[in-house]
Write a protein that binds this ligand. Sequence first.
Ligand SMILES: Cc1ncc(COP(=O)(O)O)c(C=O)c1O
Length: 499
Amino acid sequence: MQNGTTNGTEYFDLKDMPHIIKALDRNQKLQPDILHLIGNTPLVKLNKIPKQEGLECDMYAKCEYLNPGGSVKDRIAYRMVLDAEEKCILKPGKSVIIEPTSGNTGIGLALAAAVKGYRCIIVLPEKMSDEKVNTLMALGAEIVRTPTEAASHDPDSNLMVARRLTKEIPDAVMLDQYNNVCNPLAHYDGTAEEILWSLDDDVDMVVIGAGTCGTVSGIGHKIKERCPKCIIVGVDPFGSILAEPEEINKSDVQMYEVEGIGYDFLPKVLDRKIIDRWVKTADKESLNMSRRLIREEGLLCGGSSGAVMWAATQAAKSLKAGQKCVVILPDNIRNYMTKFISDQWMEARGFKPVIKHDKLPWWNVVLTKNMIQPITCISHKSTTHEALEALKKSAAPVLSIVDDEGGICGVFTADNARKRLANMAASTSEDLSQFIVKKYYTVDVTQAPALGLVSRMLDISPFVVIVESVYSTRKPIGVLTSEDLLQLITDKSLNLNCS
Ligand SMILES: Cc1ncc(COP(=O)(O)O)c(C=O)c1O
């Protein structure tokens, strides 16, 4: 072959370079479609975190986030579709797949639906990331969002809305991951077999996040059959009732940020008998551990992976040198690019200390009431028309919506109202509750927040609402935008030394 030149220089002599050639997997030369690549995920040794945590055992990560759709749930989605096709419940080109999910089962189903040609409608709570929604839409799924706070039996919950839509839409089928045996079966036949094969049927502990509980129940059953000594650890966030004993957890009810694990009901696919130990997890430890898995082990995983790994660092203390602990990493970083991967997002929630800026004299100055702009408050009983009128008269881009005690229960913004009217064909004659924004940033003056924190919040939000806690009521007292903060830090009379 003739040696060509690029920009007048000889190209590298590739043939004569030192070569590193990995053994080729002769069974995987060609794949008929992407769905055939679901499963057979790698089991990877963890080298730094176990050592730093003083653990003696060997730890391995089952990288479920490397599935084609980015999560462990590809396995069950594909399995449920194949099973329903075999039973003629799903008819290609005719049936409509509808599923309530925290997103990843939806992505798995949307992936299968895209390849196989089904219409797919995914019903998921508002809490779930926009990244998941965008992935679902890119796969051609239709999205219905439901309020995060709706309990599972509430008519507005994603479960109930999906059930109603399945009745209303012709040829709709809900595969129902909460009750479908294919959910644990996909892990019994697949994930667990792979773990046992990788470790020659010798494993001492497997640590698994609990959502529908298909993963923990399916893996648990197979591993106990083949390796009865193995301890199965279930991981459940504070705020969920999946872990036993329930009495303790009832007092825990609270909102948590980690997605995909925890529920307020017991799915049929959960088999508590198979779980030897439960570990409860909190957002801060979980999300910081996800960041460590990414930074220190190079595993580009999601938030529940951190919860599982944190739980494993607690549970595996009982294991000795030479014993083997497997942690399941359910989904990937893609779902959380604007969430825990963002430092500002972590700092705004108090999951990470606010970045230091010693050279900025205003950064650590405490926000006081004289620094804030007034915010207009409207009652939660107002109409949407009244809210729009109040917003027109307001200098700030946001109104606070207050309950009968004067506590903030949400905000009304032009941006959200426009989005609802434009993208969801909503009408201003609808109730104000349809226009309320529940995800927004606040700082509480009673906690002496620094201007630096406000600035970090403004990096990711157009405004920050200032509240003052009076007993348990959070009263809105003002607002700050980037423009307001800029005026403040350049205002000579305040002597913050910025001009
Ligand atoms: C990110 C994530 N982690 C963990 C789980 C839990 O898996 P399972 O539903 O099998 O309990 C899910 C389920 O959706 C998930 O999306």
